[in-house]
Design a binder for this molecule. Structure first.
Ligand code: NAP
Length: 262
């Protein structure tokens, strides 16, 4: 029996089959979860539909997370299919491209700062607020994706590092607020992975290569490895884990310097 047998989980943030959310959906499907999906716009609908089909699901709803009406509508749709929701995976982030390169302050604007906070941090709380009645008292779990750039300065990550710091604080405040409703809230801090979002970060290829050299395991992480940990965190095996930022990065976060060449 899979560790997510009987669980109903909403996946938010698939853009392609290389998306971290796609790796998570596959792992959760394998572990027996029933899944539903959102897509940001009609351009992405057919791609998400294909992945949903592979996961045995036909429950799909549009959701641009900047739009409260769309968020409300997603849970109305889910409510008509399911009697409750046991998990939500939030795998969404955005900052304007020109903010993800060069000097942090030179490229920073008020609008860019607000938008990155709105899409990358606030939206996690917005989904939780809307889903709370459907998730209450059923050992449910929320999960988001973050990156080490929230804690340490990474070249070109800039305003997204600030948004991820906000997202991680969000995880702790949400965990404290939702614990009494028997809802857990956690994040996975993934090592760098080549995806559409990541390709918007300046010199991302170089970052991947540095990460490979620096990681104790001497390789980069895969979406399958992130998916496995996500499945565990949303399962009852993790019933006492909440408010946690779990690193799935082959150990890069423990390093103080790149290993010296012999
Ligand atoms: P991805 O495949 O490009 O996924 C990012 C998703 O966010 C896309 O589906 C994107 O849709 C969606 N999104 C952006 N704005 C949205 C909005 N307003 N409403 C709804 N959805 C929106 O990239 P990914 O790397 O898998 O990213 C998933 C999460 O993992 C992000 O939070 C990212 O920061 C985090 N993460 C990534 C890495 C990495 O190295 N890749 C490492 C650590 C953490 P569109 O494509 O339509 O914009």
């Amino acid at each position: 029996m899979g560790m997510l047998e009987g669980k109903r989980v909403l996946i938010v943030g698939i853009a392609s089959n290389r998306s971290i959310a796609a790796g998570i959906a596959n792992a959760m499907h394998r572990e027996g979860a029933e899944l539903a999906f959102t897509y940001q716009n009609d351009k992405l609908k057919s791609r998400v539909e294909k992945i949903a089909e592979e996961c045995g699901s036909n429950v799909l709803a549009p959701c641009d997370v900047t739009d409260d009406t769309e968020i409300e509508r997603v849970f109305k749709t889910l409510g008509s299919h399911w009697d409750g929701v046991d998990g939500i995976v939030h795998s969404v982030a955005f900052a304007p491209g020109d903010h993800l390169e060069g000097d942090y302050l030179e490229n920073l604007t008020r609008d860019g700062f607000k938008l990155s906070q709105d899409i990358s941090a606030y939206s996690f709380a917005a989904l939780a607020k809307a889903a709370r009645p459907l998730m209450r008292d059923r050992q449910s779990a929320l999960l988001t994706l973050t990156y080490l750039g929230s804690q340490r300065v990474m070249p070109n990550y800039n305003v997204m590092g600030v948004a991820k710091a906000s997202l991680e604080a969000n995880v702790r405040y949400m965990a404290a607020a939702l614990g009494p409703d028997n809802i857990r809230v956690n994040a996975i801090s993934a090592g760098p992975i080549r995806t559409l979002a990541a390709s918007g970060i300046g010199d991302f290829r170089k970052l991947l290569s540095v990460a490979e050299t620096m990681a104790p395991m001497r390789r980069n992480v895969t979406i399958e490895e992130v998916g496995n940990v996500a499945a565990f965190l949303c399962s009852d095996l993790a019933s006492a884990v909440t408010g946690e930022i779990m690193y799935v990065d082959n150990g890069i976060n423990i390093m103080g310097a790149t290993p010296l060449e012999k």
